[in-house]
Design a protein around this ligand. Structure first.
Ligand SMILES: [Zn+2]
Length: 251
């Protein structure tokens, strides 16, 4: 017995955590061999967190928040194949704008499965345990996560091209602005950018990154934007024309 318990990770329990508005469940195991904390996601078992022998569980909520984007991305990847939608529970929903295209919404409320939101092809599949009002918040939280993943990735790539560096990047619910850049080099982006076509997201990211060199809207600034985004004027006009339609509030 002694040997076995020394080498096999021991299940401490199954827990729930909230990642923004999305509930996830995970198994927590203590490993007597592990030196560091480890996260694994498998199709059958979902998320498992392995902690070393003397790790204090009180540190877990912070760790989970730090790893949030990775966890959501991985769960989305594996869930695509494991969510089974029962025809009876599923309702065909509305079209939702996403990256300039549209997604079909399918919802189910199966309490035996954890709450989840998964993009499978062009269908957004949601299993939820709440009212329709709560559903809008779940969808908005998902959009924000997708916006964060995509905009961070593009900002990093474009920083390399443009030879600039920023301090911090945040996705916000801004009512009027698409993006902003502070004197300290902090960038903010509106989550609704995830609704527009990707070249237009790039234009906004390039616009804010250009402010890291030119903190104004001078000719020099626009020349810099044009260098990395020759179609900028077209994209700027597109945003002005479509701004009012970019909403998911008609759910
Ligand atoms: Zn500007």
């Amino acid at each position: 017995m002694f040997n076995r318990s020394c080498h096999q990770p021991v299940l401490i329990g199954k827990y729930n955590a909230m990642l923004d508005n999305i509930a996830i469940c995970y198994s927590l195991k203590r490993s007597y061999k592990a030196k560091y904390i480890r996260l694994e996601i498998h199709r059958q078992s979902g998320l498992t967190i392995f902690i070393p022998r003397f790790y204090k569980i009180s540190g877990l909520p912070d760790l989970i928040q730090k790893k949030k984007l990775w966890i959501i991305k991985k769960l989305n990847e594996i869930n695509v194949n494991c969510i089974k939608i029962s025809k009876k529970e599923t309702q065909d929903g509305l079209d939702l704008p996403y990256l300039g295209k549209s997604l079909k919404l399918k919802t189910q409320s199966n309490r035996e499965l954890p709450e989840s939101i998964v993009l499978a092809g062009s269908t957004l599949i949601i299993n939820h345990h709440r009212s329709n009002n709560g559903l809008v918040r779940v969808i908005e939280a998902w959009y924000r996560q997708q916006a964060e993943i995509l905009i961070k990735k593009r900002a990093e790539e474009l920083c390399n091209d443009m030879d600039v560096t920023y301090n911090r990047l945040t996705i916000r619910k801004a009512r009027t602005r698409w993006g902003s850049c502070s004197q300290k080099g902090n960038l903010n982006f509106n989550w609704k950018l995830i609704l527009v076509p990707e070249p237009i997201i790039d234009y906004i990211v390039i616009h804010e990154l250009a402010h890291l060199k030119e903190m104004n809207h001078s000719q020099r600034f626009w020349n810099l934007v044009a260098k990395y985004c020759p179609q900028w004027l077209q994209h700027k006009k597109w945003l002005e024309e479509h701004e009012a339609d970019l909403t998911i509030s008609n759910l």
